[in-house]
Design a protein around this ligand. Structure first.
Ligand SMILES: NC(=O)c1ccc[n+]([C@@H]2O[C@H](COP(=O)([O-])OP(=O)(O)OC[C@H]3O[C@@H](n4cnc5c(N)ncnc54)[C@H](O)[C@@H]3O)[C@@H](O)[C@H]2O)c1
Length: 383
């Protein structure tokens, strides 16, 4: 592995809404020498530059791609840009990290795989759900065989998108299924064979067409059949007209232990442990405990460890301290670490374009199924 002093990576962070959260994380990583801001909103870009004491950056991707000193671009622009921008970044000879979903069409996923393969540059889909502390703990329990045989997985992402930018209006919920589905696929090391999905409820004419999608459903639910596994992954995606506080989590059941996501999104998980029936009784006994998942900090670059929880940073060049949030189970520094390790170690990232396609394509197929009254759709292999 290269030493930090060898590399001195220049990372462009493109899109400074959610993207702002990643600026201090990259700045703190010992492999990174510069963070370059890319954002068309001049006022927003200037504010972020002042806050973190970095250069004024660029208004758009074209200028950033012309800058030969930039090694990698992390895309956090609106979803409709993801696939085209990622392909442009790789074609420009730079590494690319991209917020989910990697793409919203089968064709774009195929293009992405072809371009990553041809250019030899690194691509990583920055899927927060498989780096959050809840998933990391579930995965450790599964490896230790503490859960018993896995028998059922449920994922849900419920978020109200009213008032979000126009590109979100009427967005087909299953096109964003990666947060709810990926933990099952990662845990079992598999991909989706087929899906049957349904739309539930209805959107009014104005909402269903506002973003250019013509999606009639506020909620989509799907049953995903997994390759080489008898576990069904059931996923609920609700973006509109569903009175429920934001949640993005999973419920995982084994023959010995079940894990349930907290009601309030962040917080301890419910652990159900099943033992045999009481003497002469009927039905197994199940004990329920509330458990705070551990952080597993030892695998994370030391300088990034503070970002696993909300923290206050004052890095060189910053005039004032800044509070940095740590949403999505403290996953952001782990994602950055993996992306930078893949670059410096000269290997594919853990969520390269092939795995990104395996985690994104099932949702695209699920929306097709919902639009066809639950027809079973075979999800093609991408390997
Ligand atoms: N858990 C997660 O992984 C997670 C959470 C939140 C958002 N996201 C994803 O991150 C991305 C950004 O989310 P957001 O909430 O900040 O979105 P947003 O629409 O609020 O903001 C995106 C930012 O990108 C900028 N932008 C618009 N067009 C651009 C362009 N052509 N080039 C560069 N920048 C451009 C906008 O001005 C804005 O500052 C989205 O794709 C979203 O799906 C992922």
């Amino acid at each position: 592995m290269n030493t930090p002093a060898d590399t001195g990576l220049r990372i462009a962070v493109l899109g400074l809404g959610f993207g702002q959260e990643f600026v201090p994380i990259y700045l703190s990583h010992p492999y990174v020498s510069h963070v370059v801001l890319v954002e068309p909103d001049d006022a927003r870009r200037a504010e972020v530059a002042a806050k973190f004491g970095v250069g004024s950056g660029y208004r758009g991707i074209d200028e950033a791609l012309r800058d030969d000193r930039i090694d990698a671009v992390h895309i956090l622009a609106p979803v409709p840009f993801h696939a085209d921008f990622a392909i442009q970044v790789l074609e420009a000879g730079k590494h690319c990290a991209c917020a989910v979903p990697a793409a919203t069409t089968r064709e774009d996923l195929e293009r992405l795989i072809e371009v990553e393969r041809r250019t030899g540059k690194r691509y990583m889909m920055m899927e927060t759900s498989v780096y959050g502390r809840e998933y990391r703990w579930a995965s450790a329990l599964h490896r230790e065989e503490a859960l018993g045989d896995l028998t059922f997985y449920r994922g849900a992402h419920i978020q109200n998108l009213d008032g979000f930018p126009s590109y979100w209006q009427g967005f087909p919920p299953m096109h964003y299924a990666t947060h709810a589905l990926s933990p099952a696929l990662d845990l079992l090391g598999t991909s989706v064979e087929s899906v049957t999905a349904h739309g539930s409820g209805h959107l009014d004419e104005a909402t269903r067409t506002a973003g250019g999608f013509d999606n009639p459903f506020p909620t989509e639910i799907g049953a995903f059949r997994l390759r080489g596994s008898d576990v069904i992954a059931e996923v609920q995606m609700s973006f509109f007209r569903t009175a429920r506080e934001y949640i993005e989590g999973f419920w995982l059941y084994g023959s010995r232990m079940g894990l349930e996501w907290p009601t309030d999104q962040e917080g301890p998980m419910l652990v159900h442990t099943m033992s045999g029936p009481a003497e002469g009784g009927r039905g197994n006994r199940t004990a329920v405990k509330v458990v705070e998942p551990p952080d597993y900090l030892e695998s994370l670059t030391a300088e990034l460890r503070p970002f696993v929880h909300e923290t206050v940073v004052q890095l060189p060049g910053m005039s004032d301290p800044v509070r940095v949030g740590a949403g999505h189970g403290g996953s952001h520094p782990y994602l950055v670490d993996e992306f930078l390790d893949a670059i410096t170690e000269g290997r594919r990232s853990r969520i390269d374009s092939v795995r990104a396609a395996e985690w994104t394509l099932p949702g695209i197929c699920a929306h097709e199924s919902a639009m066809n009254e639950g027809a079973r759709i075979t999800v093609p292999t991408v390997r």
